[in-house]
Write a protein that binds this ligand. Structure first.
Ligand SMILES: Nc1ncnc2c1ncn2[C@@H]1O[C@H](COP(=O)(O)OP(=O)(O)OP(=O)(O)O)[C@@H](O)[C@H]1O
Ligand SMILES: [Mg+2]
Length: 245
């Protein structure tokens, strides 16, 4: 079984320690999310796991065959239109042009982009549209492991729900393993098997919340109830410096 295993990982930018002694596992078929205050080191952790930053101390073992990442900012290629931005990764895999375009178009339309958006360039897209293009680009190659850094933050609640449902169907079919960052606790509860709570200065894991109920069976009632529970958790209150009202 493939897995991402992080052991005693520490990391500094210059003299500033960003992550301290992080250990956790993401097993094949699981969805694991990280929540924590802004600036706490979540993106840094994700980039280390994805191999985009060089490891300093500790171990990272990643045995997934393929992976892709959708960044916090969409990072689209400004000289390529929507369709070409999405199909870019397929080109690198040697998929023929016709099939590339067909797969990119299919996923774009699933994500509620219009036919007329496919020929637009990034500067002509709204923030939420760019985010959907970025997410589509990450998914179109059908990666075994998907890294997501706040993939739905710029979307309205309807679209957000649609893309979450899309992810949920992939999870249900056991087609993907996901490691993602979110600021949305409800989103984390809806999608995750495990939530890692990362406290800052330096970033360390204070608690891991686990959810056994299959994602497809988590209705709104369940999500609201679990959200209320988590929001009254002592470690969450301390980490986010929430005040109880
Ligand atoms: N390339 C870099 N060079 C130096 N410092 C950096 C670099 N990238 C991030 N940092 C610092 O590392 C710390 C953690 O940043 P990171 O982006 O990992 O936080 P985050 O938890 O993802 O925050 P947010 O929720 O706001 O996205 C911050 O203090 C940031 O200034
Ligand atoms: Mg970040």
């Amino acid at each position: 079984m493939a897995r991402l295993k992080v052991e005693n990982l520490s990391f500094s930018f210059g003299y500033e320690t960003i992550l301290d002694d992080i250990s956790f596992e993401v097993n094949e078929g699981e969805v694991v999310s990280i929540v924590g205050p802004s600036g706490g080191g979540k993106t840094t952790l994700l980039r280390l796991c994805a191999g985009l930053l060089d490891r300093q101390e500790g171990k990272i073992e990643n045995s997934f065959e393929t992976q892709s990442i959708a960044f916090q900012d969409p990072r689209l290629l400004p000289w390529k239109n929507t369709l070409d931005n999405i199909s870019f990764g397929l080109k690198a895999l040697g998929v023929p042009t016709k099939e590339r375009d067909a797969r990119a178009r299919e996923i774009a339309l699933q994500f509620d982009l219009e036919e007329s958006d496919l020929t637009k360039f990034p500067k002509e897209l709204s923030g939420g549209m760019s985010q959907r293009v970025s997410f589509a680009r990450a998914l179109v190659t059908k990666p075994k492991l998907l890294f997501l850094d706040e993939p739905f933050s710029a979307l309205d609640i309807g679209l957000k729900r649609e893309l979450q449902d899309h992810v949920m169907r992939l999870i249900d079919k056991k087609e993907i393993t996901i490691f993602f960052i979110t600021h949305d606790i409800m989103e984390a509860i809806r999608l995750s098997d495990k939530i890692l709570l990362l406290a800052p200065d330096p970033g360390h894991i204070v608690k891991i919340f686990e959810f056994d109920k299959p994602q497809a069976e988590r209705n709104d009632e369940y999500v609201y109830a679990e959200t209320a529970k988590i929001l009254s958790d002592r470690e969450i209150i301390e980490t986010f410096e929430l005040e109880l009202k």
